[in-house]
Design a binder for this molecule. Structure first.
Ligand SMILES: Cc1ncc(COP(=O)(O)O)c(C=O)c1O
Length: 459
């Protein structure tokens, strides 16, 4: 064992691995370098980054303009207390106002997506009191702090909900999940029952202050709603005097084609949270953006929130160059062209592999849902398997892909196709060739049927 391998083992023994049994955190892969859509390990092996790390490196790796801006700020003024301001804060807010949906123009800055949701909770509960309940959905992830985890439907909430995540008043609504409709219905005959049920839920619950949604559900499935869903939800929220919070931590920053995913349906939330792509992950930053109506409440009320690292200058220094780089990239037409190509190629790939039950998504944000039987839609693994220690089929597939130079994030039943927006057609081809081979692992245990893969978001 080399000296560095020993030091990695030592490091792992003295640190907690995230979201894992600690015995699985023994020898994490040492990453040495990253450039464009690739990253390289310490043995010089190169991987295609087909999930933008954690769906956040939207502009790819080693973006010169962003790195230079951060370097400049590190030398000039990395931090001042949030009672002061800096030139980079001024520039970040100017840049954000040029790209955010019109109407969302007051911001609070923290350092992560989950903290952005904490900020949304404070704004909601202070401004809507005495109403306090928040409706979330089962297929959701909103972060790991008290608010983020309390809003989270995915199984990571289960072991800890009585440990420290004590935000009360959170209720979970059925999902907008057309491939496995919780109401057993089919679109369009369903008349979007999942949206209509939210009206029923608000009225029956009482004291509902807000609904929080991922516009396209991220980690938990890349669930794209039918076109009527969000316009209906907006109307339901208005009629019931409930705030609509869009968690665009993962879906923001052109991940779904538009700058922010809610713009696909022309719906303005009252509060929007975002992080990840806002700096393309070059610095940690969370943003809570609100309408004037929400913001105005705090003109005479004490805004009961803040962090030592709120408005951190080094974090903010990446915003303006990131916005400029997004504008340049979209101006080139590359992401628009490649997203069409990616979709076509994923449909072709899915049809070839009996283990792919559904292929769905938007822009550069797709899921392949892996099933045992396309006809019955029987899954290999369910939510609870994620925590049980069982070897999941998606993990076996992504593990094989990794061996062959492709990084693709698995969840319990889906693979996350979310490459950087700078990816080219040739790089998509190279990635899909590796995935094509890896999917054979699922095919071996999947039923052979004549039923094609579903395309549940082709409404
Ligand atoms: C939709 C959504 N909200 C919130 C979060 C939490 O963000 P962070 O991990 O930066 O706290 C995530 C993280 O993946 C997310 O996908």
């Amino acid at each position: 064992m080399s000296d560095m391998e020993n030091r990695v083992k030592e490091m792992a023994a003295h640190s907690f691995g995230t979201w894992n049994r600690q015995k699985n955190w023994q020898a994490p892969l040492l990453i040495d370098d990253a450039e464009g859509v690739y990253f390289t390990d310490s043995n010089g092996k190169r991987y295609i980054d087909f999930s933008s790390q954690l769906m956040c490196s939207n502009l790819g790796h080693k973006n010169k303009a962003i790195i230079e801006a951060i370097q400049k700020q590190a030398e000039k003024l990395p931090y001042v207390a949030p009672v002061f301001t800096t030139e980079v804060a001024v520039e970040a807010i100017e840049a954000l106002r040029s790209i955010m949906p019109a109407g969302l123009d007051k911001f609070f800055f923290s350092t992560s997506g989950t903290e952005a949701n904490d900020g949304a909770l404070v704004m909601t509960r202070q401004s809507k009191a005495p109403a306090f309940k928040v409706i979330s959905r089962y297929h959701s992830y909103h972060g790991a702090t008290s608010a983020g985890m309390a809003f989270t439907g995915d199984p990571r909430r289960w072991p800890v909900e009585k440990v420290r995540y004590t935000v009360d008043g959170v209720c979970f609504a059925p999902d907008c999940y057309c491939y496995r409709c919780p109401f057993g219905q089919t679109y369009p005959e369903c008349k979007v029952q999942c949206a209509r049920y939210l009206d029923y839920m608000i009225k029956e619950e009482g004291n509902v202050a807000a609904i929080i949604v991922e516009p396209v559900v991220g980690t938990n499935g890349r669930l794209v709603p039918p076109p009527e869903y969000f316009p209906m939800l907006r109307k339901i929220c208005d009629e019931n005097d409930v705030l609509l919070i869009a968690d665009e931590v993962m879906t923001g920053w052109y991940r779904t084609g538009t700058p922010f995913a809610m713009q696909n349906w022309d719906v303005l939330p009252d509060i929007m949270t975002t992080a990840k792509g806002c700096t393309s992950a070059y610095t940690p930053l969370g943003i809570t953006a609100t309408t004037k109506d929400v913001a105005d409440f705090f003109e005479d009320e004490f805004f009961c929130h803040g962090h030592t690292y709120a408005y951190h200058a080094l974090s903010l220094s990446a915003v303006k160059p990131a916005v400029q780089e997004y504008n340049k990239l979209i101006g080139s037409g590359l992401p628009q062209r490649v997203s069409k190509y990616l979709k076509e190629k994923l449909f072709e790939l899915a049809d070839k592999h009996p283990c792919v039950g559904d292929v769905r998504g938007l822009g550069h944000f797709y899921a392949l849902e892996i099933v045992k039987n396309r006809e019955t839609r029987e899954p290999f693994d369910v939510k609870a398997d994620k925590l049980s220690g069982k070897a999941l089929m998606t993990a076996k597939i992504s593990g094989d892909a990794m061996k062959n130079g492709l990084y693709v994030v698995p969840w319990y039943d889906t693979l996350t196709i979310a490459p950087p927006l700078i990816i080219t057609e040739a790089e998509v081809d190279a990635a899909l060739a590796i995935l094509d081979k890896a999917l054979e692992i699922g095919d071996q245990d999947a039923a052979k049927t004549d039923v094609p893969a579903s395309r549940s978001t082709e409404f």
